[in-house]
Write a protein that binds this ligand. Structure first.
Ligand code: SF4
Ligand code: SF4
Length: 374
């Protein structure tokens, strides 16, 4: 039925799928740049979307160690394809960002900060693990003792439309990391896709306003049960699992274990795992000087603990071997991160497994340590 009233926060409504176009239009009217999953060059990227037809309807992704295959099956659902290498971090923590510029005027250096307009993004189709990753990065960039102005300005403007994961990929293990497949909190609007309709759970006042006048019904007990069953099935179909009960102690008590040498011999130190990981946040600052020496720009660029230069300090490199760099990555993710931030640094998205060319898989490396520690 047509409604002029707005659904309550916490309520779950049902809409016809084509109505979603009106929600995208409203987001754009409110000034949001709507970003969602799109098919490009046989993979999935996050890019501007104008309408539902831009979404990967009828696609799934098949994923395994060092393997990603986008497959068109012809089904009628829009949100079944598990994302590719890209994550939402590129929008909140951009790969390159100018911090300031210095210009020489009358032999004096004048500093200026870039006058860039902060974008207002509406993220369409954020998975439960990805929302958990955003919340982990919130703890990094918006701490009580440190506030990153670039991240905060973008984060405070973002509208988040999450989507429950009904068909996990072969490298997913969000159940083990307790981050999915059901989205629990921290969204503006959560979407559960059923065969013929979308269920929308309202999470914020902005979302309530957005839905004013949109035709909706409250979701029936039958549809809610349908959604629950789909999510229970998804939870039972995770491609990977990881026992985290003895983390971080397992890693921190085994820093000299010979297994690090074995993994280090296979790792190429290519940095793929850190670039695709939605929680990794290492960065470096670079200066670009004009040829006449009168202007310089300082940029922040993504870096990686796998780059030898990242751990170079006065006096030498503290992690000169690939073994030590891999160990640093994993022992931070699943070890010291917890001491620093209260949670582990992994959300179980599986990207580092899919995109590692050497087929290194943390859900196999950790059990090897566990096995030998028994
Ligand atoms: S460590 Fe791997 S599985 Fe965990 S969040 Fe990062 S990319 Fe995803
Ligand atoms: S673990 Fe894999 S993805 Fe990561 S640096 Fe090593 S080879 Fe590259």
């Amino acid at each position: 039925m047509p409604n002029d009233h707005k659904p309550e926060i916490g309520s779950t409504i049902v809409i016809q799928k084509e109505t979603f176009n009106a929600i995208l239009s409203r987001l754009k009217e409110k000034g949001y740049e709507t970003i969602g999953p799109r098919v490009k060059n046989d993979t999935l990227i996050y890019a501007p979307i104008e309408q539902m037809d831009d979404l990967p309807r009828g696609y799934i992704t098949e994923q395994d160690a060092a393997r990603f295959h986008l497959k068109h099956t012809g089904h009628s659902r829009y949100f079944d394809a598990i994302p590719g290498a890209q994550s939402w971090k590129q929008f909140l923590f951009p790969p390159r960002a100018e911090l300031f510029a210095l210009r020489k005027v009358n032999n004096l250096w004048e500093a200026s900060t870039p006058e860039t307009k902060t974008p207002s993004y509406a993220f369409i189709g954020v998975r439960a693990c990805e929302l958990a990753a955003i919340q982990i990065q919130d703890n990094i960039f918006m701490r009580s003792d440190f506030n990153d102005p670039i991240y905060r300005a973008r984060r405070e403007r973002v509208f988040i439309l999450t989507v429950d994961c009904m068909y996990p990929a072969g490298t997913c293990f969000c159940v083990s990391m307790e981050t999915g497949p059901r989205v629990k909190a921290g969204f503006d609007l959560n979407l559960t896709e059923l065969e013929d309709v979308f269920l929308l759970t309202v999470g914020s006042e902005i979302a309530r306003d957005l839905l004013k006048g949109i035709p909706f019904e409250l979701a029936s007990a039958f549809l809610l049960r349908n959604a629950d069953q789909g999510l229970e099935r998804a939870a039972s179909q995770m491609g990977r699992k990881l026992d985290i009960s003895n983390l971080p102690d397992l890693i921190l008590n085994n820093l000299d274990h010979p297994h690090w040498q074995e993994v280090g011999a296979r790792c190429l130190s290519c940095t793929n795992c850190t670039q695709v990981c939605p929680t990794c946040f290492c960065w470096d600052a670079t200066d670009e000087m004009s040829l006449d020496g009168k202007e310089t720009h300082r940029e922040r660029v993504w870096d990686s603990c796998f780059n030898p230069g990242y751990s170079y300090q006065a006096g030498g490199n503290t992690r000169p071997t690939i073994r030590s760099r891999y160990r640093q990555w994993l022992s931070h993710k699943l070890g010291t991160w917890k001491q620093q931030n209260g949670t582990l640094g992994c959300v179980g998205c599986g990207r580092c497994i899919t995109w590692c060319p050497a087929e290194i898989d943390l859900t196999k490396e950790i059990p090897m340590l566990q096995e030998e520690a028994r």
